[in-house]
Design a protein around this ligand. Structure first.
Ligand code: DX5
Ligand code: ZN
Length: 222
């Protein structure tokens, strides 16, 4: 099922509540929160206190994407602050199974994230255990980047891997999703769609969210 996950990275940080309200009126299903530490990626964004405030500002699930070198240290504080989904990068986790188990034990949905250069096979052994897989369609670190075309093949590869493992877990896609790329990723098998610039960079975030979601739903129905 299609779910729209507006990324607040592209929103006005001084007006997050009203930006989220607009995206929600436009059909947002969950709020994507990009946490960056200036080490794993070359940018610094937000942390636990902001998630705690967001929790009071919206009823939608908070989808927290950890782009940090040591996610194990921060999983519990983020879930306590109100994260409903937590996704972690396979590139920084030698004990991925333990991390996934911990996220679930703390009551959140556990996602694994693959950078564009990370092979699908890297999650082969834990494909049965994940609640969702996030395929990066740009190199993480910044909003407003251009979609990497190979990502569509990658999404189809992850879908096939999950299906072989008997896991119907959804695939989330993140980076460069807009009206020109959304149909391609949905046809490849993506169901959760992250979009920052395409929603909060538009003149009217509500309208942009509505249009993007209806385009995705139409592609899924075909
Ligand atoms: C990139 C982040 C994304 C980003 C997407 O590192 O993980 O969630 O906000 O932004 P757009 O949709 O503008 O490419
Ligand atoms: Zn993200």
């Amino acid at each position: 099922m299609i779910r729209l996950a507006p990324s607040i990275l592209a929103a006005d940080f001084a007006n997050l509540a009203s930006e989220i309200a607009a995206a929600t009126r436009g059909g947002a299903d969950q709020i994507h929160v990009d946490v960056m530490d200036g080490h794993f990626v070359p940018n610094i964004t937000i942390g636990v206190p902001v998630v705690k405030s967001l929790r009071k500002a919206t009823k939608l699930p908070l989808d927290v994407h950890l782009m940090i070198t040591d996610p194990d240290r921060y999983i519990e504080p983020f879930i306590e602050a109100g994260a409903n989904m937590v996704s972690v990068h396979v590139e920084v986790l030698p004990h991925l199974h333990r991390t996934i188990t911990q996220i679930k034990k703390l009551g959140a949905k556990a996602g694994v994230v693959l950078n564009p250069s990370t092979p699908v096979a890297s999650i082969g052994e834990i494909a049965a255990d994940v609640d969702f897989v996030l395929v990066m369609s740009v190199n993480p670190g910044f909003g407003g980047q251009v979609f990497i075309p190979h990502s569509a093949t990658k999404i189809a590869g992850v879908r096939a891997l999950l299906d072989r493992a008997g896991n119907r877990a959804p695939i989330e896609v993140d980076g460069g999703i807009d009206l020109t790329t959304v149909e391609t990723v949905v046809k490849a098998g993506a169901e959760w769609l992250v979009a920052g610039q395409a929603i909060f960079g538009a003149a009217n975030a509500e309208e942009a969210a509505r249009t993007l979601k209806s385009r995705a739903e139409a592609a899924a129905a075909r």
